[in-house]
Design a protein around this ligand. Structure first.
Ligand code: SAH
Length: 348
């Protein structure tokens, strides 16, 4: 049997075409698109201005993804909420909702698990299970919009998974997310974070989107980076910097470097000096992240004094730098921790 079409992953144009082939007028497609992408409907059944007969037929014809929240944790420190969602096949993914002065931000997962193997990251400990569909990435944002009753204005693809390892689905997701007929989130309010798949970064540059590209750098020499991130065996820092320059040339968008500070590993004065050398020639912003220790590894956070002195050194060299606020520290804030605890519990 043919697999059913995943209807929420279609663009408006594709949906118009699809329903036309079923003998439906374009306005039906527009109504349905609005139910899915503006009103965040969780099923065909909710689409009450479409006939019951038509809704029932759609159920037969199409796949309609939707998520079940299986766990919600709220931080007492800053109101951050962490959601564990179950997908139709029983897999779980996590998403985070953060409230900032400038609006609400959601951090979504792009894959179930991850195969990149970064040493400090909990998402990768069990490897990659599967890619998420564009609809399943949208669903995380739509479900959170419904559950919180608040509009999402910023999206970061920084949860579990390597977005550049699920390239086509992520691009389609970005187009749907920022489409004027849908939730219409401004491209400038979307950030995609990568551990550095160079050919995909270049391809992304050529899409000429106005999104922010964040590169997880975490080390300033190839040798040190290889100890933290296996992907560094594939692409050198020189190649990464070239790809970042290319991204800026193509899009005019400033690059973000993420640099997780690990005590005694990448937080020395020498590291700061080398980071300055890398950052100076580029139009970039550096986000320092105090590493969030995970129990499976013995990495520790740099102490606050070290973090501040590191930041100071960069600032003195006129480099744009911020320390990432640790949101939801009390609720398994680090990538993949919540999902992992959930899986561990159900394995018992
Ligand atoms: N795969 C993408 C996005 C996911 S992780 C990437 O590698 O960029 C989002 C960011 O959090 C990355 O910079 C990642 O390296 C970092 N990160 C993962 N686990 C962490 C931890 N325990 N402490 C601090 N940063 C972590």
């Amino acid at each position: 049997m043919n697999q059913k079409i995943d209807i929420k992953s279609l663009t408006l144009q594709e949906l118009i075409e699809e329903l036309k082939n079923r003998g439906e007028k374009p306005f039906r497609a527009k109504q349905m698109y609005e139910w899915m992408h503006v009103k965040c409907a969780r099923s065909f059944e909710e689409m009450t201005n479409l006939s019951k007969n038509f809704r029932e037929q759609c159920e037969e014809w199409y796949e309609y993804t939707s998520l079940q929240a299986v766990q919600v944790q709220e931080s007492k420190l800053d109101g951050t909420k962490k959601f564990l969602f179950q997908l139709a096949d029983g897999n779980v993914v996590e998403s985070v909702w953060m409230k900032y002065k400038h609006g609400n931000s959601v951090c979504i997962s792009s894959q179930v698990g991850c195969r990149m193997g970064c040493r400090f990251c909990a998402s990768t400990l069990d490897g990659l299970e599967r890619n998420l569909l564009p609809s399943e990435m949208l669903d995380q944002i739509y479900a959170i919009t419904v559950l919180t009753g608040e509009r999402v204005s910023n999206v970061v693809v920084m949860g579990t998974g390597e977005p550049m390892d699920n390239y086509d689905n992520v691009i389609r997701f970005l187009k749907l997310l920022t489409d004027e007929n849908g939730l219409h989130i401004s491209q400038r309010n979307v950030t995609v974070s990568t551990c550095g798949l160079v050919p995909r970064m270049r391809q992304l540059a050529e899409e000429k989107l106005q999104i922010t590209l964040a590169l997880s750098l975490h080390a300033t020499t190839d040798e040190k980076r290889k100890n933290l991130m296996p992907i560094a065996n594939r692409y050198s820092i020189a190649e990464l910097m070239d790809a970042c320059r290319y991204y800026f040339e193509q899009t005019g968008r400033r690059i973000t470097f993420e640099y997780s500070l690990v005590g005694g590993v990448n937080d020395t004065d020498e590291d700061a000096r080398e980071l300055i050398e890398l950052a100076k020639p580029l139009c970039c912003h550096i986000n320092l992240i105090p590493v969030n220790p995970i129990k499976e590894r013995d990495y520790v956070q740099s102490d606050m004094q070290r973090i501040l002195s590191f930041k100071n050194k960069l600032e003195k060299n006129k480099i744009n730098v911020t320390i990432r606020r640790e949101m939801g520290r009390d609720i398994d804030g680090a990538c993949g921790q919540l999902r992992r605890r959930h899986i561990e519990k159900s394995d018992l």
